[in-house]
Write a protein that binds this ligand. Structure first.
Ligand code: ZN
Length: 500
């Protein structure tokens, strides 16, 4: 067997273990009886250890060295070798005792964060957070970096991402989006939300509505499922088995519809992968930022457009005939685009969302560099919310304690959310060049042309290129905030009649 075939065989084994772990994780969120929790934790830990052992097998290192010296590689082979090298290095550079220490600390830290948030008392979480930051710094040192420690952490979630690349993206957003939001707030033009807030929205109607929409977009329910879970997610194993979840609230009909469109974006990406690259890293979906571009494109760029609201209104009327009486497509469009600075990131609208991320990015950068002390963090957080969003949290639970990420040691993760928004706008702008009828197609509920464009330029390209290169190949220019800023300015002007 050639070295390349042996490498692929070993990677397939590792992928299989990951797929089985994914199914166990799905079952844990969706179906598992509560008493199985401890057993499931053990099963998942076993699967992750089994995968880690295979990934860190020195034989993989030997194969990689041999293959890296070979000259005649096509782009898929080169990508498989590059991606296997990244995983192998990330897995072997961290000493086993350090990985165990991080896992142990993560469990403790999750407990203290949960308690601190419930009791609205930052001091309960303070020491664990300080240690999480210290461990993140050590992790960066083990992984290595050229300029900044924080770069090593960013690279974990999006290959090649650095502060040097992110700073200009966030600066562009800060300079353009913050004034735009200020102008909206000062205009006091609030859309009519009374028909939304004053009605009750039956779960059965919401289920039928989101089912109709996700089928129309092109999610294949013979190769996937929709279920209910507390924390919505998209998982599964392979293009033949993609599973996503949503949740319902009878007082808010938008959460389940837009959440479903979001997960459908992730799901159609997974279903659109190249089948001849099953079990190979090159065939997998690209980094978190690109994944998030697919979800946010359907959720926001398409789902909150005027044309989509015109197409979907009859579905709303069919499933909620009484509630929708007298509600026009324009009123629906205005309501789903409410722009309102708020304290909680996960509830933020499309316009303010990236400022929540920008604040976390600036804070993480300073924490990891040692320019911000943990004791000064809660006030620094509130000050930045006041500066950029004009609001201040009345307590720590609604402020610095709201996100789970830092308790899990996930420093460097937040920026991928904003990358997703920027990539979504840039990809859709490029797709429009090839699809001159785009707006009319959306108005008629013809989503296949847009999905086909994404299949060709994003889904089928897997991880053959690094994320930033994929975006450049698909759109003709490197990642930039311009398309998103333009999209938002145009939309806010049409909705609120303001410019900044
Ligand atoms: Zn997502």
């Amino acid at each position: 067997m050639s070295a390349y075939d042996e490498l692929l065989e070993r990677l397939k084994d590792i992928d299989m273990i990951g797929q089985i772990g994914g199914l166990l994780g799905w079952d844990q969120e969706v179906l598992m009886p509560p008493k199985a929790a401890a057993l499931r934790a053990e099963q998942l830990a076993w699967a992750s250890k089994a995968g880690h052992m295979r990934l860190t097998d020195p034989r993989i290192g030997e194969l990689l060295e041999e293959l890296e010296a070979s000259e005649e590689l096509d782009d898929v082979q080169a990508a498989n070798i590059r991606l296997a090298r990244e995983s192998y290095d990330k897995a072997t550079k961290l000493p086993t005792e350090f990985v165990a220490e991080m896992a142990k600390h993560r469990s403790e830290s999750l407990v203290s964060w949960t308690e601190a948030r419930a009791k609205d008392d930052f001091s309960i979480f303070r020491d664990n957070l300080a240690k999480s930051i210290d461990l993140a710094r050590q992790k960066a040192d083990y992984l290595g970096f050229d300029e900044l420690r924080y770069d090593a952490l960013l690279d974990i979630y999006e290959t090649g991402l650095t502060v040097a690349r992110l700073d200009p993206l966030f600066a562009g957003l800060r300079d353009s989006v913050a004034p735009l939001i200020k102008a909206v707030v000062e205009s006091e033009n609030r859309p009519d939300m009374s028909w939304v807030e004053g009605n009750s929205w039956a779960q059965s109607g919401q289920e039928a509505l989101s089912q109709g929409v996700t089928e129309a977009i092109g999610f294949d329910f013979d190769a996937g499922r929709r279920d209910v879970s507390t924390h919505p997610f998209c998982g599964g194993t392979n293009p033949d088995d993609v599973r996503w979840t949503t949740r319902y609230s009878e007082s808010d009909p938008f959460g389940s519809l837009y959440g479903s469109m979001h997960e459908t974006g992730h799901g159609t990406y997974e279903q659109g992968r190249r089948r001849d690259l099953d079990f190979q890293p090159a065939g997998e979906a690209n980094g978190l930022g690109v994944h998030e571009s697919q979800s946010r494109m359907w959720e926001n760029q398409v789902g909150r457009s005027r044309e989509f609201c015109e197409w979907v209104l009859p579905l709303w009327q069919q499933h909620f005939p009484e509630n929708m009486e007298g509600v026009s497509a324009k009123a629906l469009w205005q309501a789903v685009n409410l722009v309102e600075p708020s304290l909680i990131r996960v509830e933020a609208d499309e316009a303010t969302y990236n400022l929540h991320i920008m604040i976390r990015y600036e804070i993480e950068k300073r924490l990891i560099a040692g320019d911000l002390e943990v004791d000064d963090l809660p006030d620094a957080w509130d000050d930045m919310y006041e500066k950029f969003l004009g609001i201040r949290a009345p307590n720590r639970a609604l402020g610095v304690l709201q996100d789970i990420h830092w308790s899990m040691g996930a420093f460097g993760y937040f920026p991928t959310y904003t990358l997703g928004n920027l990539y979504a706008a840039q990809l859709l702008a490029a797709a429009r060049e090839d699809l001159p009828e785009h707006d009319e197609q959306i108005r008629r509920g013809e989503f296949a042309p847009l999905l086909a464009w994404m299949r060709e330029h994003v889904h089928q390209r897997g991880s053959i290129l690094e994320p930033a290169d994929l975006i450049e190949e698909a759109t003709g220019s490197p990642p930039s905030p311009d398309a998103f800023v333009e999209y938002l300015q145009d939309k806010v002007e049409r909705l609120y009649g303001v410019t900044a």
